[in-house]
Design a protein around this ligand. Structure first.
Ligand code: FRU
Length: 493
């Protein structure tokens, strides 16, 4: 009896070790579903991109991060840097929670004129402006537990000092009072903060990042209000020699395909208030999986956008093991006009070419035997018929991306894409309108291990969708469309 129990325990022990070894033997960044051309933290939970700033040739990406688990928890700012927006090097955690609370989302600026006085010995300070979220105040059902604070770095973001005078902007009694995005308004030599304040945006200004004055409010009665307004951004873009201001407002829930999404307004900003040209709701990305997207600061005329590639409907449940959630591909934003209305379009940053493999296939009739793990596919679409591209595996799991002529809409159908039942709202077909009338058009698809980003009509309609097949998709089937280019991509890790 004793011997057989020992034997059983021994066998159990051996199989456990084998299991543990199998898990450990997967190289970091190569686990199942790990994106190969998108940023994700080496381990643990992430949500919003934060503090994105370009400084001395380096792109900094901070991100909402919980270093002790793979679900949302007390927020820190993780940190990664890149020279080309594609290859990322994760650095130690930049900001830890403290007595004022968790470190929620925010932005970072290069304070070139040392308006803050944080600069010492001629060193230019990087200043982070973020929300301190006090969990105790939240628990006690107070309404002022979110306040805006500062931290600065004099060593190119490697170490950060929190400002002793935090918080610099106190909550006037609004439960949702967060995600400051700060920019330098050169015309009046002042900083402007765009802040999400529950169901509207409040603009503040400051000479030194430390003292803030309320300027105006925007949005209570316009745009989408299916949920709370979060993570805003404000910046100018030009079209045909005229400058317009774009106001980004992330919204959760209430997106066009359920849950979280990024809406925007186009208008004018005079240093005090924002006026929209029209009050139509516009979406930067119609897919279910781009959220909290904002732009890098200090990138000159280029406006580079990055979103979190997930959705609060199921972000805590997606079936990854070591880490949870990733960022979209960085995208360059610009304006276009369609039928008398201005819109924002997005295209993958040109740096994507740094990961393109030489053996680009220009295929017209012959499909590849096997879909590369990550690739960029260009398709030629004839809009007079329904058309689609299906990615599938031998288990019959499939992802369908297409154009529905009767609706004049693009769609991504992941209802049979693999694991879909880990959360109730994951299995869905997402639709998006078309903003062009041409008979033919080009679609670009950026396909990674567990995501696809659709850039239709050269970025006029964008959709991001994640998926979790039980084996990689290896086959492509085409219905009424033509692949003009298939570019395998090198992994970034
Ligand atoms: C958006 C958001 C922000 C907040 C952060 C907390 O996804 O809810 O409003 O600052 O996440 O992690």
């Amino acid at each position: 009896m004793k011997t057989s129990t020992n034997l059983l325990l021994l066998l159990l022990g051996i199989s456990f070790c084998q299991f543990a070894n199998a898990q450990e033997s997967v190289k970091p960044y190569h686990e199942q579903y790990r994106p190969q051309v998108h940023f994700s933290p080496k381990a643990h939970w992430t949500n919003d991109p934060n503090g994105m700033v370009h400084f001395k040739g380096t792109y900094h990406l901070f991100f909402q991060y919980y270093p002790s688990g793979t679900t949302w928890g007390p927020m820190h700012w993780g940190h990664a840097i890149s020279k080309d927006l594609l290859h990322w090097n994760e650095l130690p955690i930049a900001l830890y929670p403290d007595s004022l609370g968790y470190i929620f989302s925010g932005s970072a600026v290069v304070d070139s004129n040392n308006t803050s006085g944080f600069g010492k010995n001629g060193k230019t300070p990087l200043v982070a402006i973020f929300t301190h979220h006090d969990p105790k105040g939240e628990k006690a059902q107070k309404d002022n537990f979110q306040n805006e604070s500062l931290a600065y770095s004099l060593d190119e973001g490697r170490t950060w000092t929190k400002y002793a005078g935090n918080p610099v902007l106190k909550n006037p009694g609004i439960r949702d009072f967060r995600d400051p995005k700060v920019m330098w308004y050169a015309k009046e030599k002042k900083w402007v903060m765009t802040l999400a304040t529950k169901d509207h945006i409040t603009f503040y200004s400051s000479p030194d990042l430390k003292s803030w004055k309320k300027e105006s409010e925007f949005g209570k009665e316009v745009g989408a209000h299916g949920g709370v307004w979060e993570c805003p951004d404000l910046f100018p873009l030009s079209l045909n020699g005229k400058t317009y201001w774009v106001l980004i407002v992330n919204l959760n829930p209430g997106g066009p395909n359920g849950g979280s999404a990024t809406q925007y307004f186009i208008g004018q900003f005079d240093g005090k208030s924002f006026t929209a040209i029209d009050n139509k709701t516009q979406w930067l990305d119609y897919g279910p999986d781009e959220y909290a997207g904002i732009t890098w600061s200090n990138t000159g005329n280029r406006k580079i956008f990055l979103g979190w590639m997930s959705n609060w409907d199921y972000a805590n449940q997606v079936p990854t093991v070591k880490w949870r959630n990733a960022m979209t591909i960085p995208r360059e934003l610009s304006l276009f006009e369609f039928e008398g209305t201005l819109y924002v379009k997005s295209t993958p940053v040109k740096e994507l070419r740094f990961v393109e493999q030489k053996k680009t296939q220009s295929i017209v009739s012959k499909l590849p035997e096997r879909l590369p793990g990550q690739c960029f596919v260009r398709l030629n679409v004839d809009h007079s018929v329904d058309c689609s591209i299906t990615l599938s595996n031998q288990k019959g799991e499939k992802l369908i991306i297409g154009y529905d002529k009767s609706k004049d809409q693009y769609f991504i159908d992941r209802t049979k894409s693999g694991k879909v039942d880990f959360a109730k709202n994951f299995s869905r077909i997402a639709y998006a309108p078309r903003f062009s009338k041409t008979k033919e058009s080009e679609i670009g698809l950026l396909i990674d291990r567990s995501s696809v980003e659709l850039f239709a009509d050269r970025g006029r309609t964008v959709m991001t969708s994640i998926f979790f097949p039980s084996a990689p998709y290896e086959h492509i089937d085409l219905k009424s469309l033509r692949i003009t280019q298939l570019i395998p991509l090198n992994g970034i890790w």
